[in-house]
Design a protein around this ligand. Structure first.
Ligand SMILES: [Zn+2]
Ligand SMILES: [Zn+2]
Length: 347
């Protein structure tokens, strides 16, 4: 059996991640084998590393990846060896439940997350069903393709579920990769002004990057008066749309404060605690339209491919690290200590 190197969470507990020699996966009849070129390090990978979420060890980490088709199994049609691809990480979706039959395979209860429930992509190869593939066009680089998954999550929230509307004032809370993508997508698709807010720990890297990306207002809400700025930009009414991209309790309450009466709240950030204190009553009296978005749709992936090809959104500037898989430990450390935005590992 052929072997490959892979980054494996070996057991339950903090840490317990190492490079291992494992068998190259064998593609089934409706699958392709992909040789992985780049795999993004996501908050999810860090949470598994730190033992902060549900996972199923031993398991290969990684779910944000791009590569080339290495082998095509017999029932696969329309794909060839050598094609560059990105992959929706909706493995195990059943095809027969209400959500699958409605075209929402990302919400299938049978879905098994690669990188935490089943083996992921921080390895030399992965085998995936071909119905999850999207073609990477020539004018989309490997780096951009490596960021397709988080971009698709944002596109799903802000173009499919709770679409950006023309000339609105948008506030984004949390300048991580998701917030930086959300601010750019809001601007590209018609917002009048975009405000992106972070905190002191974002001063080193993320807020300067947001300024470089040309976001209209980039604010440290621990130092500057964010509510006053939003009031100023909206005749005192509040933001039309607030995008919560931090998962922090304080930011979630701030979102409820900053949005105008009958405004919209788009929730993408995931709190690390199961229960948080939220001013629910205030949200009710403001008649806030709230959308909890999760994962990514087929259409959002297609949109990301198109927007990357057109250069509408700068994905590449978010990448602060590109390193061989073997250097995972220092990359994980940098990300945890605020010395990175988005990292790609190159198996
Ligand atoms: Zn991710
Ligand atoms: Zn299903």
């Amino acid at each position: 059996m052929e072997k490959m190197k892979a980054l494996v969470k070996t057991g339950k507990g903090k840490g317990l991640v190492e490079i291992r020699e494992v068998p190259v996966p064998i593609a089934k009849e409706n699958e392709v084998l992909i040789k992985i070129k780049a795999v993004g390090v996501c908050g999810t990978d860090i949470h598994v590393y730190r033992d902060e979420m549900v996972y199923n060890p031993p398991v290969i980490l990684g779910h944000e990846f791009t590569g080339t088709i290495e082998a095509v199994e017999e029932k696969v049609k329309g794909w060839e060896k050598g094609e560059r691809v990105i992959v929706e990480p909706h493995l195990g979706s059943c095809g027969i439940c209400r959500f699958c039959r409605s075209g929402l395979i990302q919400l299938c209860p049978q879905k098994k997350g690669p990188g935490w429930i089943i083996d992921g992509a921080m390895a030399e190869y992965i085998a995936v069903p071909y119905h999850l593939l999207h073609r990477v066009p020539d004018d989309m680089s490997d780096e951009e393709a490596g960021l397709a998954e988080p971009a698709a999550i944002v596109a799903n929230a802000l173009l499919d579920r709770n679409p950006i509307q023309a000339e609105e004032l948008v506030v984004v809370l949390g300048p991580g990769p998701i917030g930086l993508l959300a601010a750019q997508i809001a601007r590209a698709y018609g917002a009048r002004k975009v405000v992106l807010a972070g905190v002191d720990s974002d001063e080193a890297l993320r807020l300067p990057l947001a300024r470089k990306l040309g976001i209209d207002y980039v604010v440290n809400s621990q130092k500057q008066d964010l509510p006053a700025l939003v009031a100023d930009l909206s005749d005192g009414e509040g933001a039309d749309l607030v995008i919560e991209a931090s998962g922090a309790e304080q930011a979630i309450n701030q979102a409820i404060d900053l949005v105008r009466i009958n405004g919209r709240l788009s929730v993408i950030g995931i709190p690390t605690r199961e229960r948080i204190n939220v001013e629910w009553t205030k949200a009710v009296f403001k008649a806030i339209n709230c959308d909890f978005s999760f994962s990514s749709s087929y259409q959002s992936w297609q949109r990301v491919v198109s927007m990357a090809s057109r250069g509408l959104v700068d994905l590449k500037s978010l990448i602060t690290h590109q390193a061989p898989l073997e250097e995972w430990e220092s990359v994980f450390k940098d990300l945890q200590e605020g010395r990175g935005v988005k990292a790609l590992l190159l198996p």
